[in-house]
Design a protein. Structure first.
Length: 278
């Protein structure tokens, strides 16, 4: 299916921007489901300190060893409903030459006609694992803010490659928006399927596409049961979780608006549509 719609870039990076590997795992779900094909790779020698991000030895099914270097790849997929071209930028946050790194990624994006960059990240936060994972969608682009009723981020301080890439993209004329999930800091280890699921739910709205999340939803339930069991075995953690729940429940109004219900219903319809991806 062809589409006249401009391409969209989805970007996630392992490391500082990717608590619990939630963002990179979310993009991997899309890449696998939509059969993303690699079209470009950045030269690892230019951007990585191999004493920080070391190459990895692995064996294949035949027992042959191979060496994998840290890298960043750009893959292309086609969204099944709209036929829109989706570029997926996946890799490890670089150690150096961030401006050049961003220039090379954006050159590939522009070559594929991309007009929008969606940054996908995850951070550690004081949130309870028993409640829905908070996801914040923001944009520094006035046009995107107006079109999607988004607010700019209020964060100031040190940033990772996602923020730098978004800044450089906006400076070059590409619209930008960011989607971040908050991962409970007391279960920071990867994977974090509940956070990945929350990010994919937000990406469904942005892309207006159903995503195959059934298996991940089961993983998220298993993850929550596992964390529940750990909390039950440690009274201090259990008490801390209860405190976080109380803060969460008293500081936020329940999301039961007509708009929220409509979004959930639209997502349900996309998933049950026989023509959509599962």
């Amino acid at each position: 299916m062809s589409s006249d719609q401009p391409s969209i870039v989805l970007a996630a990076f392992e490391g500082w921007n990717d608590a619990g590997s939630a963002a990179s795992d979310a993009l991997e779900v899309i890449a696998d489901a939509w059969g993303a094909v690699p079209v470009a790779a950045l030269d690892a020698e230019d951007f990585y300190d191999f004493q920080v991000n070391r190459p990895m030895l692995a064996r294949n099914e035949d027992g042959v060893r191979s060496l994998a270097w840290p890298s960043t790849k750009v893959s292309v997929a086609t969204s099944p409903t709209s036929g829109r071209t989706i570029l997926l930028v996946q890799g490890i946050e670089p150690s150096m030459r961030w401006r050049q790194y961003c220039e090379e990624i954006l050159a590939v994006a522009k070559a594929w006609g991309a007009q929008t960059l969606v940054s996908v990240g995850a951070l550690l936060a004081d949130v309870p694992h028993t409640r829905p994972i908070p996801v914040q969608t923001t944009s520094e682009d006035a046009a995107v803010q107006a079109a999607l009723d988004l607010e700019p981020s209020e964060y100031v301080g040190p940033v990772g490659i996602l923020s730098v890439l978004a800044h450089e993209a906006q400076q070059s004329g590409i619209s930008t928006m960011s989607i971040w999930a908050a991962v409970p800091h007391y279960v920071a280890q990867a994977p974090s399927p509940k956070a990945s699921l929350a990010l994919l739910s937000s990406l469904e709205e942005v892309l207006a596409e159903a995503l195959p999340v059934a298996e991940l939803a089961e993983d998220a339930k298993a993850w929550q049961r596992g964390v529940d069991e750990l909390a039950e075995e440690d009274t201090e953690i259990a008490e801390y979780v209860r405190q976080l729940e109380e803060v969460k429940d008293t500081s936020e109004l329940p999301e039961a608006s007509g708009e929220a219900i409509a979004r959930e219903f639209e997502r349900y319809l996309r998933r049950r549509d026989p023509g959509s991806s599962r």
